[in-house]
Design a protein around this ligand. Sequence first.
Ligand SMILES: Cc1cc2nc3c(=O)[nH]c(=O)nc-3n(C[C@H](O)[C@H](O)[C@H](O)COP(=O)(O)O)c2cc1C
Length: 421
Amino acid sequence: MTGRSQTDWIRNQVQPMNIAAVIQEGDLTDAVRDATRPAFALYGADCGMARSPAARYHAGARVAAGGEGMDPKPLQIGSLRLATNLLLAPIAGYIDLAFRLVVRGIGGVGLASTALICPRGLLRQTRKTMDLAATCEEDSPVAMQLYSGEIDPLVEAARWAEDHGVHVIDINMGCPVNKITKRDGGSKLLCDPDRTLRMIERVIAELRHTPLTAKLRLGWDSSSIVAPELARRLEEAGVAAITIHGRTAEQMFTGQVDIEGIAAVVSACRHVPVIGNGDVHSPADAVRMMEATGCAGVMVGRGALSQPWLLRDTWSILTTGVAPAPPTIEQKCGWMRQHFLNMVKFRGEVPATREFRKIASWYARQMNPCRVMRDRMRLVSSVAEFEAILDQFLAWRLERDAQMDGGRRLPKSEAELTPVA
Ligand SMILES: Cc1cc2nc3c(=O)[nH]c(=O)nc-3n(C[C@H](O)[C@H](O)[C@H](O)COP(=O)(O)O)c2cc1C
């Protein structure tokens, strides 16, 4: 199959996933949750979608396995040459140092980023901000993402970040959350491109060697699509790469990512790499994004939360056309454990266990059947309890899978397991 017909095939076979299905309750503002609840419930009730996420994932792998990969041009951000063309997205509350290390260990990451950081918090070195900014040698290369509606603190924070050795500084121009936009940061920067350009020019003038990038949405709403023009002006101002999430701020996380909107930003930029972002949940989605838009790289967010191996698989498919063997349940449990223990190490047992309650559900999406484990993880309160829940689950799953493989009687159901004390 030629590259083009392969892409058409993927496009026809793989319908864009209902994004509401991967938004988790508790992640977002009430407004988004309300807007997405009906779709979430529909999906949760197994409404008979033609393809499950797992089927979509493997369909892409099979298609690409028949080819030889796309052999993407190396992705360069300023003087930084990335090892792959795949970026791990910033996701506040989820993608932190603990998780970045897990995904980097699995493979496929060209660049990862901190979640959005408030310059004033960084300059005051508040505990919360320093936690967000935390990185280490293995977490490399790393971008620090800043948001601001004010020029001076932004310039000062960018200098601080450069002095502390981050590889890339990224400016958030996409966050639609009220807490950020009411301070004129995030997607509010899309509303006044002239002022935004002045901010960016000031920051670039202050930096000595660190590349500055920007992460945009398409515009504030569908009547004010500014991303192509803004991206072009940012490029002229000296920005080293643009990431474009193909939604408007008004859309928050609803609807489907606008592939044509991403393509328009790619076309508007002459030499800086444009990275496409939104709704990539399988290697096939990434192939489709690259082929359909011509983007130089792909940024993956929520897809990696439930499938930390997604960047590894996608990179393998992009470069060789072959997907690695799907992860085993032991590997999935191992990555979940590593993530949790990293959090304990970096933050302490009590905050880590509290935070992991919401994170476990993302892992659980790819570990079914696991309802009892998932429900128990939602209440986990210590390292010992975490280990007991996971060990018990894994023992049950291995026995169950072995029995099923042998066509024998099913062992005790997960629900029959002794409750964790
Ligand atoms: C809970 C949540 C937190 C997010 N936090 C950030 C953030 O700190 N900075 C940022 O640029 N984007 C943030 N995003 C947006 C993601 O980086 C990404 O653009 C978006 O989720 C679309 O990509 P995906 O479909 O691959 O997840 C966040 C998204 C979610 C759902």
